[in-house]
Ligand binder design. Structure first.
Ligand code: SF4
Length: 287
């Protein structure tokens, strides 16, 4: 049996920088992170072990300094938080900031805002909470329910698969041929790289293991993408979730991971796959 790794996988720079900022800050002062910095239990436990608090709401923050995660937040939420006398550190990923700025520009120019993404995802809430009106679409049925507007301005949650986003923009154009539809591609480069690499990986493997938190949107999208090209795809959070029977009658196992999965968890999963197969396996990179 052989293990191959996706060419691009695991933690992105946005998440790494946010974790580094949290760890650096807590050396100087007590810190509360607002919301889940990453959707990964292993990373969250490590942060808690360093004394970092996590609160879902500013009202529950037990420290004077709080940190907004890489997913970003709306201006309204930032102001409310500062209004409580809290010192706000921003770990918003620069590529999420690009999505915010793109959306603001479209609205300023008179386009009706449409966001391709998950309505209740923290990043999408951050993008929409300052708007008076907007729609969020995730599938064709959402596009079918939209009302006609003279001009639609579309952006996407940074972790949506770009093919799906383009397909929905196409549907929007078909549904409202009289409307002007301007689309700004805000899907981030690390997401695109991981998605493309997952396709290449799944094409070559009998089994694909996707590592990431169960609540991680980009991990779930990787599972979906791999499932189009490989019939045996398994989503695990850690090595403990692996099962021996997945690897019987298997020649090639592929490994990929979402953008909040640390390298240590990926390495542990690869090692455990080798143990289950009864061999020491060195992963090759899928190209
Ligand atoms: S997934 Fe993309 S947008 Fe989100 S933190 Fe990572 S690099 Fe930034």
């Amino acid at each position: 049996m052989k293990i191959i790794r996706a060419e691009h996988l695991g933690m992105c720079f946005g998440v790494k920088d946010a974790i580094a900022l949290a760890l650096d800050t807590v050396k100087r002062e007590p810190l509360t992170i607002l919301g889940d910095l990453v959707h990964n239990e292993a990373v969250l436990s490590e942060l808690r072990a360093k004394g970092i608090h996590v609160a879902q709401q500013p009202a529950d923050a037990g420290t004077r300094t709080v940190m907004v995660t890489a997913h970003g937040a709306s201006e309204r939420r930032m102001m409310e938080t500062r209004g409580r006398g809290l010192n706000v550190l921003e770990a918003t990923c620069p590529l999420v900031q690009v999505a915010h700025r793109s959306l603001s520009r479209l609205v300023r120019e008179g386009f009706y805002p449409v966001i391709v993404g998950k309505r209740d995802h923290v990043e999408v809430r951050g993008m929409t909470e300052d708007l008076d009106e907007f729609d969020v679409v995730l599938g064709g049925e959402d596009v079918a329910n939209l009302h006609e507007r003279p001009r639609f301005g579309v952006v996407a949650q940074t972790t949506q698969p770009i093919d799906k986003v383009r397909q929905l923009v196409g549907l929007l154009r078909e549904r409202f041929p009289q409307s002007e539809v301007r689309f700004i591609d805000t899907v981030c480069q690390p997401t695109k790289q991981r998605q493309n690499a997952a396709v290449e990986l799944a094409r070559q493997c009998d089994v694909v293991v996707v590592i990431g938190g169960t609540h991680s949107n980009n991990t779930r999208e990787l599972v979906k993408t791999c499932s189009y090209f490989c019939t045996r795809v398994h989503h695990v959070q850690t090595a403990d979730d692996l099962r021996e029977d997945w690897f019987r009658t298997t020649d090639i196992v592929g490994v990929t991971a979402g953008t909040s999965t640390p390298d240590s968890v990926i390495a542990a999963v690869e090692k455990a796959i080798g143990t289950l197969a009864g061999k020491e396996l060195s992963p090759a990179v899928c190209r």
